[in-house]
Ligand binder design. Structure first.
Ligand SMILES: *Cc1c(COP(=O)(O)O)cnc(C)c1O
Length: 356
């Protein structure tokens, strides 16, 4: 890839935000990566340029019909000062499978990863140092062709932006209260639940707003057909530790194949736990919560790594999980994954890519 760089002079670069108060997705680094696609030319003009607004034709397909996908991964500043990425090839692969599902062009996965690394090198001072903080990496692709007919666009824009983000748990784990919704669904069989595509998140807003109004942090989604089988929690995959197994819903097509999910499955198996990927009915969860078989419940995703669930609210009843406290398995998984990400232990899994 013939990557062109147009960098800001030192004097034009932004002051860094307060690393104790970063929040999520609020601050953006000095530069961004951009590349264009045209049906006749393929991908062209890869460049790193100053972070700035786009100019888009108002008829751009992405603004009307949502042909838009994204990824989310993080760069971590290790205890040795080195910058690490966690399983980035998996994000590149998933970007291409999302692109495929939305009839968007594929991209060379090695080129995309190389462009991301180059962007991070340019903006390395934006990788924060405090434990738990990181640089969130957001590659995305949108259809830019100016055309109001409904068919796959012939022109696209790929862009990567970087955002320094705070520690998800600055005051320790805080198990969340979850509302199980049987009114709304996130994704249906044959739909696009498996793709990281913009519309899935717009479609989820109503349910989470209603849950928040009732005092809950997030919703637990059930399957779209029977409203019976557990799918995901908010924008995370979900795990249940029953007394005989660690269980997570099998990838059915309507569930996002999380990289954290896959890592948790791998770790749990390597620790000798009995692990099952299978349909889990909400009735089973409730029954096991009532008879004491439900030991832990937690969500997994890049942003939080592991997010313990303290209680589930379903059909007017509240079910407390592990006394509303973080369980030992959630804690162990969180500690193992973060100590790899921050270079505190040797990467025996081959999951870490260090930036030179
Ligand atoms: C991104 C995402 C996840 C988590 O995926 P990770 O690769 O673990 O970050 C889970 N569910 C949904 C709906 C997502 O968008």
């Amino acid at each position: 890839m013939d990557l062109k760089m147009q960098l800001l002079p030192e004097s034009g670069r932004k002051p860094l935000p307060d690393s104790n108060n970063l929040g999520f997705g609020i601050h953006f680094s000095d530069h961004m990566f951009v590349m264009n696609y045209h049906e006749d030319k393929g991908w062209h003009a890869p460049r790193i340029i100053p972070y700035d607004n786009f100019s888009l034709n108002p008829a751009s397909v992405c603004l009307h019909y949502g042909q838009a996908i994204f990824e989310g991964l993080k760069a971590f500043r290790g205890v040795d000062g080195k910058i690490r990425l966690f399983r980035p090839e998996e994000n590149m692969k998933r970007f291409n499978s999302s692109a495929w599902r939305m009839c968007m062009p594929r991209i060379d996965e090695r080129d995309l990863l190389e462009s991301i690394k180059q962007l991070i090198r340019v903006d390395a001072r934006w990788v924060p140092e405090a434990k738990g903080t990181s640089l969130y990496i957001r590659p995305f692709m949108v259809a830019t062709e100016a055309f109001l007919g409904v068919r796959p666009a012939k022109e696209y824009l790929l862009c990567t932006i970087l955002s320094p983000v705070g520690a998800y748990y600055s005051e320790g784990f805080n198990p969340v209260k979850i509302y199980v919704t049987d009114k709304y669904v996130r994704a249906a069989p044959g739909g696009v639940g498996e793709a990281k595509t913009a519309g899935n998140y717009a479609a989820s807003l109503m349910a989470s707003e209603e849950a928040k109004k009732l005092g809950f942090t997030q919703v637990l989604w059930l399957d779209a057909v029977k409203r019976r089988f557990v799918e995901e929690v908010g924008t995370m995959n979900i795990f249940f530790l029953f007394d005989d197994a660690l269980v997570t819903p099998a990838l059915s097509g309507s569930i996002l194949a999380g990289i954290t999910r896959d890592s948790v499955l791998h770790l749990a198996r390597s620790w000798g736990l009995n692990v099952e990927e299978r349909p889990i009915s909400i009735d089973e969860v409730i029954k096991r919560a009532e008879n004491g078989d439900l030991k832990e419940c937690f969500g997994t995703g890049t942003a939080a790594v592991v997010s313990p669930v303290g209680s589930l609210f379903y059909k007017g009843n509240s079910y407390t999980v592990n006394g509303g406290k973080t369980g030992p398995l959630a804690q162990r998984l969180f500690d193992e994954l973060t100590s790899l990400q921050y270079g505190e232990q040797e990467d025996v899994y081959g999951w870490i890519e260090t930036l030179d």
